[in-house]
Design a binder for this molecule. Sequence first.
Ligand SMILES: Nc1ncnc2c1ncn2[C@@H]1O[C@H](COP(=O)(O)OP(=O)(O)OP(=O)(O)O)[C@@H](O)[C@H]1O
Ligand SMILES: [Mg+2]
Length: 299
Amino acid sequence: MSLQSVSIGRKENMEKVIEVRGLVKRFGDKAAVNGVDLDVYKGEMFAFLGPNGAGKTTTVRVLSTLTGFDEGTVIVDGHDIKKHPDEAKTRIGVIQQHISLDKDLTVWENMMQHTMYHKIPKSERQSRIDELVEYVGLGEYTDYMVSDLSGGWKKRVSIVCALLHKPKILFLDEPTAGLDIQARRMLWDLIRRLNMDGTTTFLTTHYIEEAEALCHRVGIINKGRIIAMGTPQELTDRIVKVAVEYFDSSGVTKYNYFKDRESANAYATTLTAQDRVVIRKTSLEDCFVELTGTTVGGM
Ligand SMILES: Nc1ncnc2c1ncn2[C@@H]1O[C@H](COP(=O)(O)OP(=O)(O)OP(=O)(O)O)[C@@H](O)[C@H]1O
Ligand SMILES: [Mg+2]
C-alpha cells in the first residue's frame, strides 16, 4: 500500500521542502540553536546527528512549529512559518522525543483525538485510522491501553497519529532511543517504507548506525551549530582512511587516524602491551569524533 505518490529521490528532484536561514533560538542568555542554515529536499531522508544538548530537539521543535524562535527564517513547503504557521502545520507531522500520547486512553482513542485535533472530516476519520493501522501493523492493538504497550509499539502509535493528516514532511526526534535491537530494526523498516512512499523524513539520532542505515544526508550538529553536512560516505571520506582505536591503560578510548594501513600499523607498534588496539577502516563515527572531540553518546 502506498500512502502518497511514488517517492522521488533527492538526485532526481531538488525541490526544497525545508529552508532554514540564520536560525537562532535562545533560552535566556544561552543559544540552543545558534545560526543554523539548512535545506532539506523533497523525498529526502535527512538526519541530525549530535551529542546530548546539541540542539537537535530544539531545532525540530522550531521547524515543526511547536515553539517559536528568535532570529532567522524557516520556510516549510513554501510557507514562512512565522507568517503562515497554519499553512506550514498542515504539511508537518512530528514524533517527539518523549512520547506525547495519552496513556490513559486506548490506541484507537488516541488516534481519534488526533483526527479531531487536525480537523479531519468526521466521515474520513475511521478510514484514515484503518489505513494507517494496517500500514504500520498495529491491527491487533487498537483496543489496548497505550500504557500497556511496549516502547516500539507506542512509537508506532505516535507515527500513526503524526500521519493522520497526511503530512508531506515527518519529523522523528530520536525515534528509536531506548528500544531494543529488534524493535529498532522494525522501526527502521517502517521509516524507510514511509520515505519510499513519498514522505520527506527528518530525523534526529544519537546512533551513527541509524544515520548510516537510513539517511541520504546527515548534518552533524554540536553546540547549536551545524559543523558538517553530507552523505554518510562524504562525511566518512572527509577524514583519512584508517583508524587506530585503543583503550589506554586507564581504560580511556583513544582514536588516531592515518592515510594508509602502513602508517596505522607503524603507530600501533608504538603503543604499550597493555593497550587493546583495533585497526580498522574509518566510519561516520570517526568523522563525528574528529569534528566534535567526543563520541556521539559522550558528554
Ligand atoms: N525549555 C528549555 N529551557 C532552557 N534550556 C533548554 C530548554 N530546552 C533545551 N534547553 C537547552 O538547550 C540546549 C539544546 O537542547 P536540546 O534538547 O535541543 O538538545 P538535544 O540535541 O535534543 O539533546 P538530547 O540528545 O539530550 O535530546 C541544551 O543546553 C538544553 O539544556
Ligand atoms: Mg533531544
